[in-house]
Design a protein around this ligand. Sequence first.
Ligand code: SF4
Ligand code: SF4
Length: 137
Amino acid sequence: MQTVKASLYFPIDMTDKPFITDLVRDYNLTVNILQAEIMPGQRGKSVLDLTGSVPDLEKGLTYLSDNGISVHMFTTSIIHNADNCVDCGACVAVCSSGALRIKAPDWKLEFDASECVRCRQCVKACPTKAININVFQ
Ligand code: SF4
Ligand code: SF4
């Protein structure tokens, strides 16, 4: 089971639809509403924690998107794929938190997830796409 935090933005014609009931009933998700501003006939927004299996989360999020609800994910983690990494240091140069380091004697990239603030600068900086975002951790 995974938990993701998502911000949802509803068009006017979706504010009176039972989308949370659908997420629970049809996609086996547990929904924790952290914030909601939804009024019939107006645009709405809410912040939710969604918990479920990765396949169910993917299907549930697709269901929301397919119905015109914009989904912004808050919960992300950074994945370093060492097989694609050439230890060039480009990501280290943009990592202000110190989560990425290259040190003697082996000069190999080290990633400390506990120091990562998820700014995503390293994802943009990596020339080999060795760093990716995982929304399900
Ligand atoms: S997401 Fe930001 S803080 Fe985390 S490793 Fe990348 S550059 Fe560093
Ligand atoms: S920028 Fe990419 S290839 Fe270079 S050290 Fe970082 S992860 Fe490895």
